[in-house]
Design a protein around this ligand. Sequence first.
Ligand SMILES: Nc1nc2c(ncn2[C@@H]2O[C@H](COP(=O)(O)OP(=O)(O)OP(=O)(O)O)[C@@H](O)[C@H]2O)c(=O)[nH]1
Length: 595
Amino acid sequence: MKNIRNFCIIAHIDHGKSTLADRLLEYTKTISERDAQAQLLDNMDLERERGITIKSHAIQMEYKVAGENYIFNLIDTPGHVDFSYEVSRSIAACEGALLIVDASQGIQAQTISNLYLALEHDLHIIPILNKMDLPGAMPEEVKDQIVDLIGCDRDEIIPASGKTGLGVDKIIEAIVERIPAPVGNPDGPLQALIFDSVFNSFRGIIAYFKVLNGEIRKNDKVKFVATGKEYIADEVGTLKLNQEPKSVIKTGDVGYIISGIKEAREVKVGDTITKVDNPGEAIIGFEEVKPMVFAGIYPVDTEDFEELREAMHKLQLNDASIVFEPESSAALGFGFRCGFLGMLHMEIIQERLEREFGMTVITTVPNVSYKAYMTKGKEEIIVNNPSDLPDPSKLDLIEEPYIKANIITKSDFVGPVLSLCIQKRGTIVNQSYLTSDRVELVFEMPMGEIVFDFYDKLKTISKGYASFDYHQIGYRQSDLVRMDIRLNGDPVDALSSLIHRSNAYNFGKKICEKLKELLPRQQFEIAIQASIGAKVIARETVKAMRKDVTAKCYGGDISRKRKLLEKQKEGKKRMRQVGSVEIPQSAFMAVLKLD
Ligand SMILES: Nc1nc2c(ncn2[C@@H]2O[C@H](COP(=O)(O)OP(=O)(O)OP(=O)(O)O)[C@@H](O)[C@H]2O)c(=O)[nH]1
């Protein structure tokens, strides 16, 4: 145990975590340079393209220092806020963390939030100044920031470059010298923390764990505490480039278990593995991950509903964090109301549906999860879909989730960032200067306001010089109303939204204007209205027009005429009918992109 080092790498997105991890793997000869495809740790296609580590992974290295053999377990953590619970469990499995800061960018919002998580778990921090090879590197300035942030000595900071390999030897040395060995009782009852799981189509779910106490052997009868399920440990082993089966994984070490589990839902990150006889207690800190953002997903072609259902089920096999239930919409037909960890997670699912299953889908306006309390009996109702909101006359109050947002930007942009946040109903709770021209702003704001376009706007107004991170801080009462969109009097359920009363007028007006642009003229006039209850708050009109697609075909070429009519029919399939009005698919997406 004394020669094991468990550590993770924490960094803001794109500060070079994966690249540096590759260098460590090469240096310890865990992989040869030839094996090192662009970035080994991100092995999901989508991840590589997006350059975001979506799922955390772990890999073991062996290295000899001063005649002694060491085992390094590197636990990779996802960098995006949507996956923060996974980050916290990965961190809980470590004793130390490499804190990577891009020398040309300095400390960013996620550097800080991940650092706090690491400090909460008492990890030893090794600060690393990465990308020293860049001409824009500002080592002295960024060192100041790091010293200010974590209160370390200046010479504890290791200058490095994932590109040139600078500093990798120093990092290895520091891992051995500065990160403490794991502690635990090898003779105690088994307690192993699950920090991740992956799906393998041949072997089922593979759970990654760290043994805190006791040991786990092949063929042990084990129990997963939170789910209460029992399994036989068909295979345990360590994670090298591939899985290496072992007969036992002992206290302090990291490994994997395969036990014939078919569904991701049965393996919960944060759960404890113990033995059926002589069980240990659950490790504290387990939380059920809850979806934060909800949206409807509908097949473009209504006939593909069953196919979509199958695809969703398959996705759920390897991504337990997505939830869905069937719903139907007058405008869109049959589909699913899906819950996601966040906006990025939602985009990923949408993309996977397209790529892996060839499904094109319509996604409705996303919303967060609200709590409504009835006047009668104060009954609490969870509202994941605006159309589920009970009649306002029967409602006592509505609550919405709030977040604490951390924004780091240049001092030039403090004004615009402040006004954006205030416009999004945020209140500032702290403002502090990290250096003379970098400011950290802390806001409390409704989560519903950031699901739309907050991040894009923030990037635009700050010319890219703002980083943003958040965590939830509970529910607060709010003056929320349901706004409906009507076309010639018929409500389009898929366009309903829950919104703060003060924003309703503006938002309603914008949607109506946008729809006016998007609705093709039809043979009658179309009234587009935004309403709260019976009260109309905005209105636009699309004038009537008779569109004769064959008008261009003077002359009598019948085949050409037929072709045009066919084309029109094909187009119609992609339209949705509400009452008498046809709505193009793009209209459902367009509300997401309101300026
Ligand atoms: N010049 C230079 N570029 C680097 C260095 N390290 C990484 N990069 C580049 O920076 C970009 C981001 O590197 P990654 O290793 O993917 O960053 P990451 O932190 O793992 O990113 P996420 O997984 O998205 O959080 C890539 O284009 C790398 O090629 C470095 O030391 N010097």
